[in-house]
Design a protein around this ligand. Structure first.
Ligand code: NAD
Length: 291
């Protein structure tokens, strides 16, 4: 079995790494937070000293980091993956980053004979734990086919969309839809509450109809319980929608809905709520509604 390196053991990375261990892959791990490493080592992984040290020992490196700057540092920086990599190593970046950054990092990797796929995911922590994430991939088909069995230990589906960068372009589309859904459900629920209707009953009544969605089912129970523990932090969604804005400017696509939701999320960030789950967006409406 191929040995896998895993860098970035946060909310998502930790359960994803655990699923690879569960499937029997030998795993070498690294994170700047020692407690995160210790937890995965306790499950059978081996700790490395740096991203370069990970790369020296493995056939495939998986990264699951917050955003483009962290992926650039971990891959291209001093003691980074590329400084320890031998030609033929496969880099699978599963973070959600800017598509252009993914292409840039892939070009740098190519100079060392390392092939990169960008494979961001959707489904959040519960699906990371269950190994049922949706994985959207970009990169060369033969390399994708090679790593697909590994990807399917973490996901229920893995779809190759196109060249490197397409995975993250698809993830941006995903994030537009999720953000718009959360804003729409928040708007609807606060309207219903202001009109004196029980929000729980509204949820129960509509979830099986056309307004029902995975987002509604995942987020509404938490919103009703006022549970805004992440999950997916508002800070990370602002990062993704910022990448949407940048990309929309490049390709000249209109994104009025996303611009609006991004401003709402930034408003909550300014109030110190960026660490909350994105379901916390409902507070923007409650604030405006005076409830
Ligand atoms: P997180 O902040 O919980 O985890 C990131 C991990 O990376 C942390 O453990 C951190 O210590 C580590 N890290 C940061 N810089 C590092 C460095 N230089 N070297 C080594 N490790 C470093 O974030 P997360 O929620 O796990 O999200 C990871 C990625 O997955 C993000 O791009 C996010 O947008 C995406 N994502 C998250 C969710 C979700 O629900 N949380 C869902 C889908 C996609």
């Amino acid at each position: 079995m191929q040995t896998i390196g895993f860098i970035g053991l946060g909310i998502m990375g930790k359960p994803m790494a655990a699923n690879l261990l569960g499937a029997g892959y030998p795993l070498i791990v690294y994170d700047i937070v020692p407690e995160a490493v210790a937890e995965t080592v306790a499950k059978g992984a081996k700790a490395a000293k740096s991203p370069a040290d990970v790369a020296r020992q493995v056939d495939i490196v998986v990264t699951m980091l917050p955003n483009s700057p962290q992926v650039k540092t971990v891959v291209c920086g001093e003691d980074g993956v590329l400084s320890g990599a031998k030609a033929g190593l496969i880099l699978v970046d599963m973070s959600s980053i800017a598509p252009l950054a993914a292409q840039e990092i892939a070009r740098e990797a190519g100079k060392k004979g390392v092939v990169m796929l960008d494979c961001p995911v959707s489904g959040g922590q519960p699906k990371a734990v269950d190994g049922t994430l949706s994985i959207m991939a970009g990169g060369p088909e033969e390399v994708f086919e090679q790593v697909k069995p590994m990807l399917l230990c973490m996901g229920a589906s893995a779809v190759l969309v196109g060249d490197v960068g397409s995975g993250n372009m698809t993830k941006l589309a995903n994030q537009i839809i999720v953000a718009g859904n959360i804003a729409a459900m928040s708007e609807a629920m606060v309207l219903a509450s202001k009109a004196g209707i029980d929000a729980e009953k509204v949820f129960e009544a509509i979830r099986g109809g056309l307004a029902g969605s995975t987002v509604l089912d995942a987020k509404m129970p938490l919103i009703l319980q006022r549970n805004f523990n992440p999950g997916f932090r508002i800070d990370l969604h602002v990062k993704d929608l910022g990448n949407v804005v940048e990309t929309a400017q490049e390709v000249e696509a209109p994104i009025p809905l996303t611009q609006e939701v991004l401003e709402m999320m930034k408003h909550l960030q300014a109030e110190g709520k960026g660490g909350q789950d994105h379901g916390g967006l409902v507070q923007y409406y409650e604030e405006k509604a005076g409830v």
